[in-house]
Structure formats: C-alpha cells, structure tokens
Design a protein around this ligand. Structure first.
Ligand SMILES: Nc1ncnc2c1ncn2[C@@H]1O[C@H](COP(=O)(O)O)[C@@H](OP(=O)(O)O)[C@H]1O
Ligand SMILES: [Mg+2]
Length: 254
C-alpha cells in the first residue's frame, strides 16, 4: 500500500501533543517507574504509545506495529515480517524527566530489515525531521520545510554523543576520524544532527534498542549519511534481529 509520510508526521505530532500536555502540567509528577533494564518510564511514554498505536492501526491495519511500550512479539513472529512500523513513543525519557527538551517521538517504517521512512518529532522544540529513502530528508519548523544533506566535511570534524550514556570506548573511534569538537544531545536527535550537517560522526558504544535508532537512521540515510554495525565501515546496520538490543553502531555524515 502507498503510505503518505504526511500521515505519519501527523501521528507523531499528535503523540507529541500528548507528551507536552504532561510535560507542561505543573501538577504532574510524570508517574515515573523503572523498567526491567533500569531505564525510566513515565505517563508520557504510555500516552504517546496509545496515540500512535491506535492511529497506525487505523491507517494501515495490515502492517504490524512494534512499539517500545507495546506487547513485544517474539522473534518467531517478527522474523517473517517484511514490512512493519517500529515505534519509540518517547525516546530520551531521561531528558524528558530532566526537562531539557531533548526528547523525541520516533516512527519508522521497516522494509526488508532497513528503515525506508522515518519521522523524528521534537515536541518541546516544535521541530519535525522526516525522511523517505529515495525522496530525501527534511526538517519542518513552523510549517516550513528545508531539505537536509550531510556535511561531507574534510576538516573540523564534529562528533555528537549521548548526553546521558556516553562511553569511554567511544574515544578511540572518534580519534580515528580526527574529531576536533564534540557536542552532546539526548535521544535520536543525534542522527538528526548528522543529517543536517551539524555533526559528522556519531559512534554509540553503549546499549540502545532497535526502536531508538530506526527513524533516526532513515533521516540520516536519506540525507546522504551511513549507519554501520560495530565500529568499522564494513556492514550496514540492519533490523529485525533476534535480539532487539542493538550492537554498537557508527553513523557517518562524511
Ligand atoms: N542499559 C540499557 N539497555 C538498553 N537500552 C538502553 C540502556 N541504556 C540506555 N538505553 C537506550 O538509550 C536510549 C537513550 O539514548 P540517549 O542516551 O542517546 O538519549 C534509551 O531510550 P528511551 O529514553 O526511549 O528509553 C534506551 O532505549
Ligand atoms: Mg528510546
């Protein structure tokens, strides 16, 4: 079926609104809980999940939805999916709790183990990044779209790193690319920084899940960047793995 990316943007923005209603509520304690991996979960993650799952099922009842906050199907079921939605309703929950605005709503369409469409919405900043492989990558601010291209820099290389989960193992890889400057930001915004040429290298050593990376990977790939498995430029980073826990990965806009 033909999926219009505008429908996905609309769904991500509706989820963003549900998140902001909680974020901006001075009475709300966010209902913070701890998940099995010790990462936090709030009312906002759950509210965004409900909005997205309902809307995606309504839009494309034949395409399965895999959401961080949904019931996770086992690998025996997932491995046969050639097309599905991969959703992180609220990426950067720690940033949400810290109230620094660096959290995102992520919706990706996976086809044959790679993201072919991705929307990364930043509700606290009113920004939406969206991409379709073959069509390009775009940033929407106040209804105005700008096409994004990676920087392909040859000097003054900038790295982007996690605000809450940077690992010492990352240094060696960054040194290999002669990184001269480094910025840190929460959530999938790191992929968007590379896509829009504000950073050139994003190497993630520590754990992430497939839903943390899928939409951001679409945004960076459609802007001309690459995402590789591990810390070399040998193998593309793919999805529908038996374990939803990602390996380390290397994202380059070079
Ligand atoms: N121990 C762990 N196991 C699995 N994923 C982890 C993790 N620690 C952090 N993450 C992932 O890293 C994401 C945050 O990335 P960053 O540090 O780049 O902002 C989290 O997303 P959520 O906030 O959606 O849970 C979470 O999925
Ligand atoms: Mg996440």
């Amino acid at each position: 079926m033909n999926i219009e990316i505008e429908s996905i943007i609309e769904i991500a923005e509706a989820a963003g609104q549900a998140i902001m209603n909680i974020y901006d509520d001075p009475q709300s304690d966010f209902g913070i809980e701890k998940k099995d991996d010790n990462s936090p979960l709030t009312k906002a993650d759950k509210a965004a999940h409900v909005v997205i799952e309902k809307a995606l099922v309504n839009l494309s009842s034949n395409i399965p939805v895999l959401s961080e906050e949904g019931g996770l199907p086992d690998y025996e079921t997932r491995k046969n999916w050639t097309q599905y939605w991969m959703v992180d309703p609220l990426d950067g929950t720690k940033e949400f709790i810290k109230k620094n605005g660096e959290f995102t709503v992520n919706i990706a369409l996976i086809e044959n183990n790679l993201p072919v469409m991705g929307v990364v919405h930043v509700p606290a900043k009113g920004i939406t990044y969206y991409a379709e492989i073959g069509m390009g990558s775009f940033k929407r601010v106040n209804g105005e779209d700008t096409q994004l291209f990676v920087r392909k820099a040859t000097e003054n290389i900038v790295a982007v790193r996690s605000k809450s989960h940077a690992a010492p193992e990352e240094e060696e890889v960054l040194a290999r690319y002669n990184v001269s400057d480094s910025i840190s930001v929460g959530s999938s915004l790191k992929f968007c920084m590379v896509a829009e040429g504000k950073a050139d290298v994003y190497y993630r050593h520590g754990p992430t899940m497939e839903w943390d990376t899928a939409a951001g990977q679409a945004v960076v790939m459609a802007a001309g960047g690459k995402v590789y498995k591990g810390n070399t430029e040998e193998e593309l980073f793919t999805y529908t793995k038996e374990n939803l826990l990602n390996s380390s990965f290397l994202c380059l806009g070079l």
